[in-house]
Design a protein. Structure first.
Length: 328
């Protein structure tokens, strides 16, 4: 199948492109490189440097590629930034998203896989979080993702544009060639590994008095390759009708201290810790139920061990620091 991946030069998008190529699909990556990296686009994929707001270029790309499906990964995704600059998030996550849907309609492309988020649920009322959990976002980032999901429902009803929305938790780890390179970095595992590498003095833990097994917050870390494979499965699932799936490793989740312990074991470094006050709005426990996608699509995380996830991220980070690496 011929697939356009918006945001395919980013962390998750580049691994989605890798998995699509491995599955025998033709891939075009469409990315403005605002947060992505040109060298993250896998060999074999066609790259177009473009913004979703550039309607003529987007349409020309869809025409030339003869795309049969779109995986939509392009979005702004920093919660804090969304609170102080909601206009940016509505313009990109909603406005540009709708422009993409209208361009797809023009070229009669009826399959879309949407990179959504658990943030649409806000503060979950129960854990593990299921798809039926009420949607009540507590920030513009989650609100704009939910707005786009709602638009997808109406575009299906009116125009027959079938979509699968994948709501996931904490993407982590790395493939052989792609990993996290955010600026600024806000994710726990790469921050911990920066401490191990000596580029950060210590890691802050925001609260160690939660009602959890060691007092620190529990989160659901899912390997980026497992996420990417879910996107590949979802493309063909579009034909069976629009729906949404939560993605996570489930189980008991992993505490902050357990992530740090895994990083110490993998890297062999001490990794100093500083205990800070809780952050407002941080739930004690966020874990997904992936029962629905397991039942309907047969997807299961194959790389769920936190030590293995951290190890893959560390190997990627070490490779980036090797002087012989031409991308350093």
């Amino acid at each position: 199948m011929r697939v356009l991946v918006t945001g395919g030069a980013g962390y998750i998008g580049s691994v989605v492109a890798e998995e699509l190529l491995l599955g025998g699909h033709e891939v075009v990556v469409y990315d403005n490189l605002g947060k992505g990296h040109r060298d993250a686009v896998p060999p074999g994929a066609t790259f177009v440097h473009g913004d979703l707001g550039d309607g003529p270029l987007l349409r020309e790309t869809l025409r030339r590629s003869r795309a049969e499906a779109v995986v939509h990964m392009a979005a702004d995704s920093l919660v804090g930034e969304s609170i102080v600059n909601p206009a940016k998030y509505y313009a990109n996550n909603v406005g540009n998203g709708l422009a993409l849907l209208d361009a797809m309609r023009e070229f009669e492309i009826s399959r879309l896989v949407f990179s959504s988020t658990v943030a649409i649920h806000g503060e979950p009322r129960k854990v593990p979080v299921e798809e039926s959990e009420p949607t009540d976002p507590i920030n513009p980032y989650g609100e704009t993702k939910l707005a786009f999901e709602r638009a997808l429902r109406w575009y299906d009803q009116a125009y027959g544009l079938r979509s699968v929305s994948l709501r996931y938790f904490n993407a982590a780890g790395a493939s052989e060639r792609s990993g996290e390179r955010h600026d600024p970095e806000t994710h726990l595992i790469p921050l911990v590994l920066q401490v191990a590498a000596g580029t950060r003095p210590e890691i802050s833990i925001f609260g160690d008095d939660y009602d959890t097994r060691d007092g620190t917050c529990i989160r659901d870390y899912i390997h980026v390759i497992d996420l990417a494979r879910a996107h590949v499965l979802a493309i063909e699932a579009c034909d069976a009708g629009s729906r949404a799936y939560n993605l996570g490793c489930g189980g008991e989740g992993t505490t902050v201290l357990e992530v740090i312990a895994a990083a110490r074991a993998v890297t062999g470094h001490a990794i100093p810790v500083r205990i800070d006050a809780r952050r407002p709005g941080d739930p004690a426990r966020l874990v997904a139920s992936s029962a629905r996608i397991e039942r309907e699509l047969g997807w299961r995380p194959a790389l769920a061990d936190i030590r293995g996830i951290v190890d893959s991220a560390w190997r990627f980070a070490e490779g980036r620091r090797t002087p012989a690496d031409p991308t350093t």
